[in-house]
Design a protein around this ligand. Structure first.
Ligand SMILES: [Cu+2]
Length: 148
């Protein structure tokens, strides 16, 4: 099943909705842990407050890693993360950052959304929307469901 840019558009609309504080929906902690198991990132999509660290832990048998797709905005690559080890990256820029596995590419997609700690102003969101570019020909994965 393929997912188009509708998810990103929906996320932007949702977060930019009047009276809705995006900050409340983001994780309050400064570290988001993402587990890599069975050729998937879990959670596959999540939101953090700017300057948070995302740490990927490889709980699978094979080597994986996280590298952003666009090469613009927040740029990172964890390199290869071996079984049972972790690598982190601190996100200092606002934006929507699709990424993929260093080893397996887009067969293992993920997305990190970075928002400001205060409720997002329309100004910063319009900047964010301008800065966001879906990778050419790449689908943005579906937003994951999370129990509240
Ligand atoms: Cu992989």
């Amino acid at each position: 099943m393929k997912f188009g840019p509708m998810w990103a558009a929906a996320a932007l609309l949702c977060l930019a909705a009047p009276g809705v504080s995006s900050a409340k929906t983001a994780r309050a902690e400064n570290t988001l842990n993402i587990s890599i198991v069975d050729f998937a990132f879990n959670p596959v999509n999540d939101t953090v407050i700017v300057h948070s660290t995302v740490e990927w832990t490889n709980n699978g048998s094979f080597s994986h890693g996280s590298v952003n797709q666009t090469g613009s905005g927040e740029v990172w690559s964890t390199g290869i993360i071996g079984h049972g080890t972790s690598k982190g990256h601190t996100f200092d820029k606002l934006g929507i950052f699709p990424y993929e596995c260093v080893v397996h590419g887009l067969s293992m997609p993920g997305t990190i959304v970075v928002i400001s700690s205060s409720p997002v102003s329309s100004t910063s969101w319009s900047k964010l929307k301008r800065s966001y570019r879906a990778p050419a020909g790449k689908a943005v994965p579906q937003k994951s469901r999370r129990s509240s």
